[in-house]
Design a protein around this ligand. Structure first.
Ligand code: ACO
Length: 401
């Protein structure tokens, strides 16, 4: 089991003052090793890949700002809505069973020409619009997803679709339902330690593509969506990420996964080392396999501990926090965590009934709805926590706006 936890004052400013001079940031990235900075230069033989990159344009080290704040959010969901009654026509279930056991009533499922990339771009554009921000000024795009439409990741394609002329660095983060919280902390780390100023964090997943629609134990839970947040460098007094707490446990990973199907690699090799059956068969992933009870137990045990730890590092108690915003997996998990942490029902954000579990999208989707409806106002503090496959889990105490 591994964990990482942090809050950025007062320890990080000391660290930052040590590393700041040795960080070199170029168009293609930054590299820091043993106090010696090395410029990472992008060279490519692919036509067009170099068109935005010229040495004079290279991103130079910038003043490292001590804070980062969330200044815009957006979300997008597919148009097809699938109700519990719809599901009861394809598996042996009922609206009553699903809503009582999970709190879910509807979920959105990608269909026709919809794609995860399009949803992610739409959510990103809305977040940029809210912040009145030009995509050309982005430094970094983090696409948090476990279901990219290209095995090598989607972030650079989203960069292209957003029309960012300055080619910000863009890469994917795979951490299932904890992906968005991980993305947020990564954005903050890039801003505080790497000289990046404007980071777009997208959480998007299309788990409907990896669900066994004949398995009533899992197909009732998941939906597709995308959400995005723009994170910006700011002065320490305005800091919007007050603390965080992150964990992973590969041992518990057996309870939830969608592993690659066995491609019979053992049979490829003969006893004398020669190839028996070459080339290997094309790989594919299995559908989501989950031990629901174990995942439930893990969530109600580990999530409150993580939030308590993050609150303590921020010097807060739940009474000081305006909102509890958990990964939207099961209303019973949300209620159990809220009760354990003494959050009254009216301080709990939940839109699970309408969308089901949208994995990395669930937190930014719920945040976006809460901000746009006027529930979450500038200056409000939010205890956010993600948890899921890996196992991974973590929390962040954030201030909106
Ligand atoms: N409709 C009707 N009956 C059902 C259904 C269904 N959809 N699903 C299961 N049942 C039946 C079972 O067969 C079982 O019947 P039995 O008693 O005759 O054997 C009975 O209901 C109870 O089944 P359980 O699995 O024990 O039900 P449980 O109360 O645990 O609820 C659930 C299942 C909803 C999946 C719950 O365990 C849960 O939400 N777990 C957490 C899931 C979660 O949070 N996942 C996060 C994933 S995040 C990520 O990283 C992708």
């Amino acid at each position: 089991m591994a964990n990482a936890s942090g809050f950025f004052t007062p320890s990080v400013p000391r660290l930052r003052s040590k590393i700041q001079p040795s960080i070199g940031v170029s168009r293609s990235g930054f590299c820091f090793s043993g106090g010696i900075s090395r410029r990472v230069v992008c060279s490519s033989a692919i036509e067009g890949a170099e068109k935005h990159v010229s040495p004079s344009e290279s991103r130079m080290p910038k003043l490292v700002r001590k804070g980062c704040k969330l200044v815009g959010c957006g979300s997008a969901v597919p148009s097809l809505s699938v109700s519990n009654d719809d599901l009861s026509k394809i598996v042996d279930t009922s609206d009553e069973w699903i809503s009582v056991r999970t709190g879910i009533r509807n979920r959105r499922v990608m269909s026709g020409k919809e794609s995860l990339k399009k949803l992610a771009v739409e959510a990103a554009q809305k977040a940029l619009e809210m912040a009145d921000f030009d995509p050309n000024d982005l430094d970094l795009i983090l696409m948090c997803t476990s279901t990219p439409e290209d095995i090598f990741g989607s972030a650079p394609q989203i960069q292209r679709e957003l029309g960012c002329r300055n080619s910000p660095l863009a890469y994917d983060i795979t951490a299932a339902c904890s992906g968005f919280v991980l993305g947020l902390i990564s954005a903050a780390s890039h801003i505080r330690g790497g000289g990046f100023r404007n980071v777009l964090v997208i959480g998007a997943d299309g788990l409907s593509r990896f669900v066994d629609w004949t398995d009533r134990g899992t197909c009732i839970l998941f939906g597709d969506a995308a959400g995005a947040v723009l994170v910006q460098a700011c002065d320490a007094e305005e800091d919007g990420l007050l603390s965080f707490d992150l964990h992973s446990d590969g041992e518990g990973g057996r309870h939830l996964g969608a592993p690659i199907n066995d491609n019979e690699t053992d049979e490829l090799l003969g006893s004398n080392g020669s190839a028996l059956d070459f080339p290997p068969k094309k790989s594919s992933y299995s559908c989501i396999q989950m031990n629901g009870k174990e995942v439930f137990r893990f969530a109600v045990r580990c999530v409150p501990q993580s939030i308590e730890s993050a609150l303590e590092k921020a010097g807060l108690v739940s009474g000081n926090v305006d909102w509890l915003l958990l990964h939207q997996a099961n209303q019973r998990i949300i209620d159990a965590v809220a009760t354990r942490l003494d959050f009254p029902q009216e301080k709990v954000i939940s839109n699970l009934a309408n969308y089901g579990n949208t994995s990395a999208a669930s937190i930014p989707l719920a945040l976006d709805e809460a901000v746009r409806s006027g529930k979450v106002k500038p200056g409000h503090t939010i205890a956010a926590a993600g948890f899921g496959a890996g196992l991974t889990w973590g929390s962040a105490i954030i201030r909106w706006g």
